[in-house]
Design a protein around this ligand. Structure first.
Ligand SMILES: [Zn+2]
Length: 314
C-alpha cells in the first residue's frame, strides 16, 4: 500500500506518493490559489495527487490513506480545519471535500507536527519511544510524537512550542502575547535583534557581510559572523542559544522525550549550533546525573512535510 501526503503551504501545495517506510516514490505540486473557492482549491489538490499517483505507477486501489499537513489548526472534535490563515480557511471540512475526489480515509494535522512525525518514521528520531521536533524557520513550530502517534492535545492546539513564553513581559509576538519563543529563536527574531543591535556596532562583521545595509541581514550572516568571532554576533548567538536551551530544558522537564530534533532553516548551522545548545542544556537540566533527551539536527529537510502528512495514515 502507498499513502498520499499533502504539504499545504501559503505559496504552494506539494504532494507525494509515499511508501509505508516513509520513502517518497513520486512528487508533484501546484501553486496555492486563495482567489478561488475552497471546494475548487481541494479539487485542484486532488487532481494533482491523482496525476502524481498515475506517474508513480500505482492506482487508487493501492492507496491506504490521504494525509495533509497544514499551517493551521485542526479541531479534533469536528475533524474540520478550524483555521488556516494563509489560505483563508475557517472551519472547513477538508476531509469531506477531499473524499468527493479521493474516497479514502483523510487525516490532517499542523505542518510542524507532521514534520515531527516524518522524522520519527524515517528521520533522526526513527524508532524512538518519543520525540519533540522544533522547526526554527521564519517562525517556530513544534511537533510532539509519543509512542508513534502525534500529540496535538485535546483541543488541537497543543505542541505550539513557538508560543511557549520564555520571558515574562518580553518582546512582542505576532500572536499578541509577549515573550514567546518564536520572537527569540526564529530566523525573523534573529534578524530583528541584529538589525537593532548593529545601530550601535556599525563596525560589526555582520554589517560587513550585509554590505552595510541592515535590511540585508539574515540569520546565516549573524551565525557566520559569530563563527568568525565577531563580538556582537557572538553576543546575539549566545542570546539565541540561551533562549533555545531554556525551551529545550522546559520540554525535557515536562515531556522527557528520547530525542529533541531541530529542523528549519536556522538548523542548517549544524554542529556550531548543536554543540552550543547541548552545552547550555547540560548546565540547566535538573537531574544532572540522569540521562536526558538526545538533541539532534533533523534529517529530512523540506520533504518532511509530505512524508509526515502521508504517515498520518499509519
Ligand atoms: Zn506568540
Amino acid at each position: 500500500m502507498v499513502y498520499i501526503g499533502f504539504d499545504v503551504g501559503g505559496t504552494g501545495v506539494q504532494v507525494g506518493i509515499v511508501s509505508r517506510e516513509g520513502e517518497i516514490l513520486c512528487k508533484g505540486g501546484i501553486v496555492t490559489r486563495i482567489d478561488i473557492p475552497f471546494a475548487e482549491q481541494v479539487k485542484a489538490m486532488a487532481d494533482c495527487a491523482l496525476v502524481t499517483l498515475a506517474k508513480s505507477g500505482y492506482s487508487l486501489d493501492d492507496v491506504a490513506a490521504v494525509g495533509a499537513g497544514i499551517p493551521g489548526v485542526v479541531d479534533p472534535r469536528t475533524g474540520h480545519i478550524a483555521f488556516c490563515p494563509n489560505l483563508g480557511w475557517k472551519d472547513v471540512d477538508f476531509a469531506g471535500e477531499m473524499k468527493k475526489h479521493i474516497n479514502k480515509p483523510v487525516f490532517m494535522d499542523n505542518d510542524a507536527t507532521v514534520a515531527g512525525l516524518a522524522e520519527s518514521v524515517a528521520g533522526v528520531s526513527a524508532g524512538t519511544h518519543s520525540s519533540v521536533f522544533l522547526t526554527l524557520g521564519t517562525g517556530v513550530g513544534g511537533g510532539i510524537v509519543l509512542g508513534g502517534k502525534v500529540w496535538s492535545g485535546f483541543h488541537g492546539v497543543g505542541s505550539e512550542i513557538g508560543h511557549m513564553i520564555i520571558e515574562m513581559d518580553g518582546k512582542d509576538c505576532n500572536c499578541d502575547n509577549r515573550g514567546c519563543l518564536e520572537r527569540y529563536c526564529s530566523a525573523t527574531g534573529i534578524i530583528l535583534s541584529a538589525r537593532a543591535a548593529v545601530m550601535q556596532y556599525q563596525d560589526s562583521a555582520i554589517m560587513v557581510k550585509a554590505e552595510g545595509d541592515p535590511m540585508k541581514i539574515n540569520a546565516k550572516i549573524v551565525f557566520d559572523a559569530a563563527k568568525e568571532g565577531d563580538e556582537l554576533a557572538l553576543r546575539l548567538f549566545a542570546d539565541y542559544v540561551k533562549a533555545l536551551a531554556t525551551t529545550i530544558v522546559n520540554i525535557i522537564h515536562v515531556i522527557d522525550p528520547e530525542v529533541i530534533a531541530l529542523g528549519g532553516g536556522v538548523s542548517k548551522a549544524g554542529d556550531f549550533l548543536l554543540d552550543a545548545v547541548r552545552a547550555e542544556v547540560a548546565k540547566m537540566v535538573m537531574y544532572k546525573t540522569m540521562p536526558y533527551a538526545r538533541i539532534e539536527i533533523a534529517r529530512l529537510g523540506p520533504d518532511a512535510g509530505i512524508i509526515g502528512a502521508a504517515m498520518l495514515g499509519l
